[in-house]
Design a protein around this ligand. Sequence first.
Ligand SMILES: [Zn+2]
Length: 426
Amino acid sequence: MALCEEADEGISTAEPAGVTMASEADGYVCLGGRTVVLSQLREHADEYASSFTRAKAEVGHAQCLCRTPALRLVIRCSRAGRYHVAGWPGEGEHHEADCPFYKLPPGLSGRRDAYSVDAIREGETGVSIRFDTALARSLTGAPRTRAPGEQREGRARRTVGLLGLLHWLWEESQLTAWHPRWRRRNWWICHARLLEQAEGCFINQAPAAEVLHIVPPFRPASPEQSATAFEVFKNRLGRHGLKEHRRLILGEIKARTSTKYGVRYALAHQRVPLFASAALDERVRRSYRSAFAHAGTEQDARRVGLFLVDLSPRGNLTVVDMAAMLVTRLYIPADSSHEVAMGTALADSGRAFVKPLRYDGTAAVLPDFVLTDVTPHAYVEVYGIHGRESYERRKSTKQAYYQRQGATLIEWDVTQKMPDLVASRL
Ligand SMILES: [Zn+2]
């Protein structure tokens, strides 16, 4: 670990005991000369306000101590005056694989090719996302509050769609990554990391915390807390003044059941269900086939959904649109039930890995998984389809690409036994 210039006197650098972060990625940060445990800094940012101010004024940035020399971190201050640290744009790959600021090189994320610079802008106050759907609709005869819509600049989109937003939140919260040092990951941890990410983010210029409800984990000791958070969210929906508001809900899908008019989604940790029409349900199941396929439910898999919701005249939450993602039991995304099996096997074998994400339908050639505990990184490919020409062509393109790079490739043809994933680390 790199060292801060001054030893910290006031703050203990012992492992934090917080429930939410104790088993997840943690690290040490140098802030204005003080060494601070990252999770403490995130949970108690207000208590460190003077250190933030000093670091911003004197150094201009914070430092991550996972490596020597230490790596720069951006200090951001929200409009509400709350500080937080974020990875330095473009430097994620230089951090240690188990560092909370580690990211795959940009070429291994669909984000690079999917969007123009307008779609996701990283600035002083946070990250600004141009979401392709308006979250407020004018009720007057005046011009409607325009939705940015899907705009393109060449092949790149100038706006982010629902799936892109879900992938961005997941990737930036490092939920696409796994390291054996993290031991476990549950919704408590996902929620804490997603919330931290949303803190410094704006969606169509509104603070993400206002327009995006990340379902909080149910706390049996204080059930009213979750209920209140939900009421606050629900009260922002519907008509307010001359505008009608839609909002986003991010949560784990517990069950999808048919109703007389369509389907009902029950979310984990949330009592109130969401309703979708039969037409929307059909489209969603077509678009996110793997997330709703029966094979996925047989595996130890979960489903995460990002819902755009409206309030119905009867006060129900109606789904206007949604994106869904199949994830392993550790919430690592997977594109098929076979990938769920591979993601689970990699974690069980003690491997550190990252799942690259495609965002809004890019054609980028991305490996199924990247192993980050070997240098150079190794790649994992899962072959689940046979005989389809486009699939075979894509497979050959990938194999040739890895060969050119001299990278180790672990291949699993799902009709065969899974390869030994422990041995390949040696
Ligand atoms: Zn680091």
